[in-house]
Write a protein of this length. Structure first.
Length: 131
């Protein structure tokens, strides 16, 4: 399952981390994988209430280091690569759509196309020909 919220470009991601989980009921989310930006006790507790496995890399400035599963955290690169592919779409990178609802629709459409392409490519093969 995926959830996203559009924000102003200058706004940070961390304050919205907890609100992204608002739309899910306990048991709907299998795992929450996030980087150090989202490392807060509130998000970790929220994940436990949702009965999800929480894998958040601890912030280096945290006084008490929290444990996390490094093998599970490696899956976060899938998310980073997806956003890289999404940003290749010129219409999204330059935000041609001025209304938030239209821009969100373009993001959903591009995400669907990227997902369909990735399902049609055999595992282990790149999505694009590299030169």
């Amino acid at each position: 399952m995926v959830n996203f919220r559009l924000t102003a470009g200058q706004r940070g991601d961390a304050p919205l981390g907890n609100t992204l989980l608002d739309d899910f009921a306990p048991g709907e989310v299998g795992a929450i994988i996030a980087d150090a930006t989202y490392d807060s006790d509130a998000i970790r507790q929220r994940g436990r209430r949702l009965k999800a496995k929480v894998c958040i890399r601890p912030n280096p400035t945290r006084k008490t280091k929290k444990r996390y599963n490094k093998q599970t955290y490696k899956r976060s690169t899938l998310i980073e690569r997806f956003f890289g592919r999404l940003k290749r779409c010129r219409r999204i990178a330059t935000r041609y759509e001025k209304k938030a609802a239209n821009f969100a629709g373009v993001i959903w459409l591009a995400a669907l196309v990227i997902d369909m392409i990735s399902m049609s490519v055999p595992p282990g093969r790149p999505l694009r020909n590299s030169k």
